[in-house]
Design a binder for this molecule. Structure first.
Ligand code: ADP
Length: 159
């Protein structure tokens, strides 16, 4: 049976990420969500916070575990003995980036397959950066993220 990773920054996790993780968990024996420890961009939440928020979001999915990781994603996949890397696809603009990543990862580790799962229609417009922008301006994000993430965003922005 296949084991997959679902890597990302998840800053913070949105309903779009949760949908992809829950659907991927049905396809693979074990899904390991990898929360990237040191992305080259500014993050709102620490790795520990992002891991904890993801764990809480997926606590009802039995065959999922959540881990922080640093370094190459392909090395993380090898370390946890995964054969597959899951990514989510929203709009056409995601495709170019995901294609580039998948081809680069294929060069780095030909034994790991990238599998892209299409977004749910309701989550097609959801991104962590959009959610942060709305929250920072005092907008309601309850519809787009779980309650504990909405609370964390309110705390982070003091709104
Ligand atoms: P990155 O890995 O670029 O830091 P994220 O952590 O936001 O990006 O997302 C991790 C993965 O989940 C990426 O493959 C991204 O395309 C996908 N994703 C993000 N938001 C959604 C969504 N609303 N629906 C489907 N997939 C998504």
């Amino acid at each position: 049976m296949l084991r997959a990773i679902y890597p990302g920054s998840f800053d913070p996790v949105t309903n779009g990420h949760i949908d992809i993780a829950a659907r991927a968990a049905k396809l693979f024996e074990t899904l390991i969500v990898g929360v990237y420890d040191a992305p080259p961009k500014r993050l709102l939440f620490s790795t520990e916070e992002r891991v904890a928020m993801m764990q809480e979001a997926l606590r009802n999915v039995p065959n999922v575990r959540v881990e922080g990781y640093s370094g190459l994603t392909i090395d993380f996949a090898r370390r946890v003995n995964a054969q597959v890397m899951v990514r989510g696809l929203r709009v056409v603009s995601d495709f170019e980036r995901e294609m580039q990543l998948a081809l680069a990862n294929k060069k780095l580790g030909a034994e790991i397959e990238t599998v892209c799962i299409m977004t749910d229609l309701n989550a097609a417009f959801l991104s962590s950066s959009l959610i942060k922008e709305i929250a920072s301006l005092g907008g309601k994000v309850e519809e787009f993220v779980p309650p504990h993430v909405a609370a964390a965003l309110r705390r982070a922005y003091g709104v």
